[in-house]
Design a protein around this ligand. Sequence first.
Ligand code: FAS
Ligand code: PHB
Length: 398
Amino acid sequence: MSTPATTTHVPVVIVGAGPSGLLLGQLLHKSGIENIILEQRSPDYVLSRIRAGVLEQVAVEMLEKAGAAERMHAEGLPHEGIELLYFGKRHRIDLKALTGGKQVMVYGQTEVTRDLMDVRAAAGLTTVYEALNVQPFDFLEGEKPRVRYEKDGQTHEITCDFIAGCDGFHGVCRASAPADKIKTFEKVYPFGWLGLLSDTPPVSEELIYASSERGFALCSQRSLSRSRYYLQVPLTDKVEDWSDEAFWEELKRRVDPETAAKLVTGPSIEKSIAPLRSFVTEPMRFGRMFLAGDAAHIVPPTGAKGLNLAASDVGYLWQGLVDFYQNKSEAGIDSYSEKALRRIWKAEHFSWWMTMLMHDFAEDGGFNAKMQEAELHYIFTSENGARVLAENYVGLPM
Ligand code: FAS
Ligand code: PHB
């Protein structure tokens, strides 16, 4: 292995400058713990990815603790309910009434990431963008962790106390865990989500999750002038198969006539197809290397949990590292994986349940459709049934 051009020491090396890495970096900084972020892409590329749109109270509070919540409170949209549309009939789930006052915040992940980038830059913290071939080494117990990366053709090495793998589903950190110490659980769904972003006013005040004989659709939003829509599509579909016109026409067929009549269409500013999977890694700690966010788990977006689980993972990891550096206690980092996984599995269950409840599984001969009908009728007619959905949607406590 070539001799690195530079060798430095930083207490915590964070791999990945998505929401997980940026949020962790900011919380550690606020607690006086020095950290560096290594990101393989450019800032513009990271910001170009259109993803989540709904924040739980837990995520809002983490952003407040990170000092990155000002614009969210100014521009974000607090939502007190969502609607389920089942075969042409809309049913409102009153999140606030059913959960004793809780609600969600509609604020795009792109804006969360931008806000976290801005506060990190304002604090003068180091993020190495376009850091290539990042590779963690010697992170198991008793070893001295270090990370190597390439930048502008030179190899650099950072020795550290801890490595935070915030590098997403396709990252290098989980892939570097010893094969005999890691177990993964996965379920891949037989369809994807075709998402479209448009500078058009949202079709409704609140989000509409629609289940129709043609498949699932979701009417979401980013602001009062920018909308986000999704359609369930076969895994064989390619985004180039879908013109904007075809998208709008299909969306109108999957919602009720009143909603279809109100829909304001316009040119897409982003259009993409995302596969749906449930995925969990156990444990989320390998000696001095921790996994957080999509590096450790994936949920189908039906329950709006992906970004929110990243926020709670980071909250647990931040608390553990503060305990280590400020109280010389390893209790927090020792319990990180167990605490994070307890909340993760509940969100995995809710995301799987919402996906099974609202999507078209035509190939199973109709039994699942009967289960969906029975479950939705129960939710629409029982306050207890609706409360189960509401309590999970606003986010379970950390
Ligand atoms: P991210 O994947 O966001 O960030 C990881 C970062 O690590 C990336 O910037 C990547 O470039 C970098 N990286 C990867 N490998 C690296 C390496 N070897 N070296 C250095 N850097 C490396 N969630 C919802 O709640 N609602 C949604 O609607 C929703 N839609 C989604 C659509 C898509 C297509 C995807 C992929 C995810 C979606 N999610 C959604 C989930 C998403 O929001 C994630 O939960 C969120 O991005 C998690 O953030 P991170 O853990 O930071 O991972
Ligand atoms: C979104 O706005 O991107 C969004 C909202 C709720 C979901 C999934 C995606 O459940």
